[in-house]
Ligand binder design. Sequence first.
Ligand code: SF4
Length: 347
Amino acid sequence: MTAEPIRPAEHPSDRLPILSIEDLHVEYKVKNPNGRGKSIARAVDGVSLSLYPGETLAVVGESGSGKTSIANAVMRLIDASSGRIVFDGVDLVPLKGKQLRQLRPRLQMIFQDPFESLDPRMSVMDTVIEPLVINGIGASDADRRALGLAALERAGLTPADRIARRFTHELSGGQRQRVAIAAAMILEPSIVVADEPVSMLDVSLRAGILRLMADMRDRLGVAYLFITHDLSLAWMFADRIAVVYLGRVVEEGSPVELINNPQHPYTKALVSVIPVPETAATANRTVLTGEIPNPTAIPVGCRFHPRCPLYREQSEPDVCRTHDPMLMRTSTQSVHRAACHFVATVD
Ligand code: SF4
């Protein structure tokens, strides 16, 4: 994996967001381990984020942080319990049926596992043109096949006419993910939600897939909501990063700010264990102890306090156990924000 960033040079936040997630909550009932009754899991617990046209916003967190629930709520694969998901001025949360289907072409998803997300019995051509068929786009089969071949070529699958005739189960993991990207892009969506799009692939293939996605972003102006557990990938690919912990954004900023000047103790710990050249952040590794708590039992006060190195260093101050810190700006010059009682803020 190259360490060269392939993110855009400019932050495009002078435009209106194409997607605004406002105080999103996703809750569901889970059976208690003792088999008696159910508890409420707060998978997403008050997340607000904006995504601008042509931008890549990485949502970074460990397993159980709620990042995939955010992605699935945006795609309406799961229901939000409350909050708004405003896409191009329309709140998706109350939409159903036809209203949702009308917006679907502009909102696409790339899944983590190209072995599961593609039907192995379908040909590559049928897979790629399926969104055209579903949405009634293209004057004829011949038209759709021409668009399919062009999409395969754009995705680096050449010779496209030969690959189009194969079945997806005959392809490698990298080729399958390219087919998935070609299918997601064929309708030229405004937003693509990419849920860990390279984590199932061999390390040697990852940079190629990310370069393809970056190329699509530059050509089509698509915005990515890029879900990943890997902060180094976010640093390389995104032009803004939101770090989530136990259903909440705990820090948000540009990749350079987050990696070179992390503010929240959780982000500091994540940064300390990634091998990013050009920073001295790896000098003092902070290995977090304990597991991320269960979302049915989010700690009171700061949700990070049971694992927080700074909380222990500060002799376990009461405020961390009693008051939930808000996300506050840490710089007058940028969008850098963090949620910690011990971070200097400018709000
Ligand atoms: S508020 Fe306290 S527990 Fe939470 S991150 Fe800051 S120091 Fe740690």
